[in-house]
Structures are given as structure tokens and as C-alpha cells.
Design a protein. Structure first.
Length: 184
């Protein structure tokens, strides 16, 4: 889920093409709802609560960027950089520290249904990804620059989503070959 959050900006590595889904704040609530449904396998039964205030929204964006910097750099350069790890842990700690005391922060998957602020969920998910077994499976999609977890047995996944980015890349290769064949 932490990676899904980072992926709310598409084409991150091409600043002129980058698009931020969260520039529309309605999208944050939509994301929170979808994350609970699509990540049920990873989390169990969970409701993510979107930020309730403008400052909560800004904190979420800050955490999103910290998650992106930490894991994208880890994939591109290998290993965690002190600055990014420290920034992520600081923001994660603040989000958890601001929560109510009765909240249970055991890492997912949850045995029982939980309600969790989206930012607290992103912090827990990010902490889960620090595990080297998971970290070594994080990849960057060459088409859309999304971060994704390659859970295939032989780690052979090349795209975030074969049906979207894989097919687009295949079509482009086909076009390039045809183009060259015609001397274009
Ligand atoms: Zn992709």
C-alpha cells in the first residue's frame, strides 16, 4: 500500500510528464477506499480513513514523498540512504505518535478488522517493506515509473501491470520494428 501511495504520481522520473492524482483532493478519499479493497490480501479486513484536515492532507503528501524517495533510491542505487531513511522514520513516528493510544499498531496482516488513518497505514506498510526479503522484490516499471512488488517466484515480472504497461511496451516495440522495416 505504501507503494500504491507513492504511485499516485505517474511518470515520476519524467518531470515534464509527471501527473499527481492527489492534486484533486477527492481522489485521496477514493484512494483510501480502493486501498482497503484491493489490499485486503496484504492487510486483512481494514478501513483506511482519509485525512480529515488540510494539515492531515499535507502530512500524507509529505509521507508519500518520503516513501517514494526511500524506496526509489533503494532500487536505483541499492540500499537505504541515511537522509531518506531518517526522513521516513521521522514522519512515520509522528503519524503514529499523533494517533490515539488505544490504536493497535501491530504490523499487517491484521487478525481482526481495523480502522486506520491512511497515513498511519502507509507508515506501517512502509515499515513492512524495510524487510530485506520484501525490499529486494521492489522494482520500477520502465513504462510508467511506478514502484511495484514483484512477487513472482523467479522474480521475472518486468512491468507494474502486463495488461497496461506490458502491452503498451510491446505495441511500441512492434511499431518501432515495423517503422524501421519500412525505412522510416
Ligand atoms: Zn507501469
Amino acid at each position: 500500500m505504501a507503494l500504491d501511495l507513492a504511485n499516485t504520481i505517474i511518470f515520476r522520473q519524467a518531470p515534464d510528464r509527471a501527473q499527481d492524482r492527489f492534486s484533486n483532493s477527492l481522489e485521496v478519499a477514493r484512494f483510501a477506499c480502493a486501498a482497503g479493497i484491493f489490499r485486503a490480501g496484504e492487510w486483512g479486513s481494514v478501513n483506511f480513513i482519509p485525512p480529515q484536515s488540510p494539515s492531515g492532507h499535507l502530512n500524507l503528501i509529505e509521507l508519500r514523498e518520503a516513501i517514494n524517495n526511500l524506496f526509489r533510491t533503494a532500487v536505483l542505487e541499492g540500499g537505504f540512504k541515511a537522509q531518506y531513511l531518517s526522513n521516513f522514520l521521522r514522519l512515520a513516528s509522528a503519524v503514529i505518535g499523533d494517533s490515539q493510544n488505544e490504536q493497535d499498531f501491530t504490523l499487517p496482516p491484521f487478525a481482526q478488522h481495523r480502522e486506520l488513518l491512511l497515513s498511519a497505514g502507509a507508515a506501517l506498510s512502509g515499515l513492512n517493506l524495510l524487510d530485506p526479503a520484501r525490499l529486494s522484490r521492489i522494482k520500477i516499471c520502465p513504462n510508467c515509473h511506478w514502484l511495484y512488488l514483484d512477487e513472482s517466484r523467479n522474480r521475472s515480472r518486468r512491468w507494474c501491470d502486463m495488461t497496461v504497461c506490458g502491452n503498451r511496451a510491446k505495441a511500441k516495440r512492434h511499431y518501432d520494428r515495423k517503422g524501421r522495416g519500412h525505412g522510416l
